[in-house]
Design a protein. Structure first.
Length: 90
């Protein structure tokens, strides 16, 4: 899994330090906002915000959503400024 997804997951869950978010410029903030909107009705976001779901597990949920939803993956890739790569079985 890409490290950027862990940063995005932490920021979306409100667990990222201000230094991490500032060091990434607006990219991580924009990506976190996108994730919060996409996961607004999903239990993973609330659980991650409350500390009941680990950041790595939330990042995995984001990764799975990227694999299932091409539009979301493209939007998230644009937000972070690089492609989110999803391995596909051949």
């Amino acid at each position: 899994m890409e490290a950027v997804l862990i940063s995005v997951a932490a920021a979306a869950a409100g667990k990222a330090t201000e230094a991490v978010v500032k060091g990434s410029g607006t990219a991580i903030r924009q990506a976190a906002d996108l994730v919060r909107r996409r996961f607004a009705d999903e239990p993973e976001l609330e659980r991650a915000e409350l500390g009941r779901l680990g950041i790595e597990d939330f990042a995995e949920a984001i990764f799975r959503t990227c694999a299932e939803d091409e539009g979301f993956r493209r939007s998230l890739s644009e937000a972070v400024g690089r492609p989110i790569r999803i391995a596909t079985a051949r």
